[in-house]
Design a protein around this ligand. Structure first.
Ligand SMILES: [Zn+2]
Length: 376
């Protein structure tokens, strides 16, 4: 384990776990949800407001930051924490997944990926070595190994070849990362939905040795049932004493199902992106603020929520500012959504610590099944 970085499990309930990751920049209570700060900002939120929602750590995207404003510029400005004024831990992805989903004219070789920027068409290369360099320049606290992730469905041969390439890249990532006290490097398990490929990948990663392990290659189009079926076995293959991170997940019920299966960390753009499109998450499921039913409704989004949107504003107001395309709409709805996701995590942490996760989960599903409050 890297010096200055540790993970302590405090309690387990079934496969669900709660604990704390310690880093020089602060503690991360697990299970943890990481808001996504794609381009050096969690959109529509001040960093201190993100912290107020209960977030211990945020995620930054290597792909976006390397293209604009560049990792070298951020380094000259004192690193990503100082640049964006977030002083808690930051996890950065490796760039591999977003190159595959966003960049143009990609060319994949043993060495890495060359591509053209989706912003200005300029040519770039990402390799395990370059990804490690970029994440070092950014000053990331948790660095992700560079990997390749095929979209599902894909045939077994393609998934196996891709996984084995990712394992060779994992070794190169480890070598290039070197020894950096206070900074952690996580490996990424691949292998699609195939149990034996997941096992092969886990064994390869454990032989290399990482500070934490991600379950990669899920939430890429396979659906919740297939994802849960894979999570029924994939996390168990990873070391019990290291954090397990499920990348890019997800909806509240995905998150609950993942925690139930032994996942400690997650990230997703859903709460922040939805805040800009009028989709609101509450204990009662999802509502859309642009619907006419909210037009003269004086009630808050959720009467039990303590976020600024619910304490100070009616559904009628939130409906109005959304329809009028006012900036405060994205600010308030994003705050509410991030607050809801963090409350969800806090609720699970408490339930696991007290050995009542099953009862907590039953109540979570029962409340959602009731749906939003009746229209006035
Ligand atoms: Zn709220």
């Amino acid at each position: 384990m890297t010096q200055g970085f540790s993970f302590d499990l405090h309690a387990t309930d079934g496969k669900a776990r709660t604990g704390v990751i310690r880093t020089p920049r602060g503690e991360i209570r697990t299970p943890a949800f990481m808001p996504v700060g794609t381009a050096g900002t969690v959109k529509a939120m001040l960093p201190e407001s993100v912290r107020e929602t209960g977030a211990d750590i945020i995620l930054g995207n290597t792909y976006h930051l390397m293209l604009r404003p560049t990792a070298e510029l951020i380094d000259r400005m004192g690193g990503l924490h100082r640049f964006m004024n977030w002083h808690g831990p930051i996890l950065t992805d490796s760039g591999g997944f977003q190159v595959m989903s966003l960049a143009e004219l990609r060319k994949l070789t043993e060495r890495g990926v060359t591509f053209r920027s989706h912003i200005d068409g300029s040519r770039h290369e990402l390799t395990p070595e370059r990804s490690m360099e970029i994440q070092r320049l950014l000053g990331s606290d948790i660095v992700m190994a560079f990997d390749e992730c095929p979209a599902l469905p894909a045939d077994r041969t393609r998934i196996a070849e891709s996984m084995r390439l990712s394992m060779r890249w994992a070794q190169r990532s480890r070598d290039a990362f070197g020894d950096r006290p206070g900074h952690a490097l996580f490996g990424i398990q691949q292998g699609g939905l195939e149990r034996d490929l997941r096992e092969e990948s886990a064994e390869a990663l454990k032989a290399i040795g990482f500070d934490g392990y991600a379950v990669g290659g899920l939430a890429v189009g396979e659906g919740q049932e297939a994802m849960f079926a894979t999570l029924d076995f994939a996390p168990d293959m990873l070391p019990v004493d290291k954090p397990r991170y499920l990348m890019g997940v997800g909806k509240p019920d995905d998150i609950v199902g993942a925690v139930k299966r032994g996942i400690d960390m997650m990230d997703c753009v859903l709460p922040s992106r939805s805040g800009r499109t009028g989709q609101v998450f509450t204990r009662h499921g999802v509502l859309n603020i642009k619907n006419a039913r909210h037009r003269e409704d004086p009630r808050p989004l959720d009467e039990s929520c303590t976020c600024p949107a619910c304490r100070g504003y009616s559904r009628a107001y939130l409906h109005h500012v959304f329809r009028a395309n006012e900036i405060i709409s994205a600010m308030l709805l994003t705050w509410h959504n991030l607050h809801y996701f963090q409350e969800l995590m806090a609720g699970m942490r408490a339930a696991i610590a007290e050995g009542r996760f099953a009862a907590w989960e039953a109540e979570f599903h029962a409340r959602r099944a009731l749906g939003d409050i009746e229209p006035l």
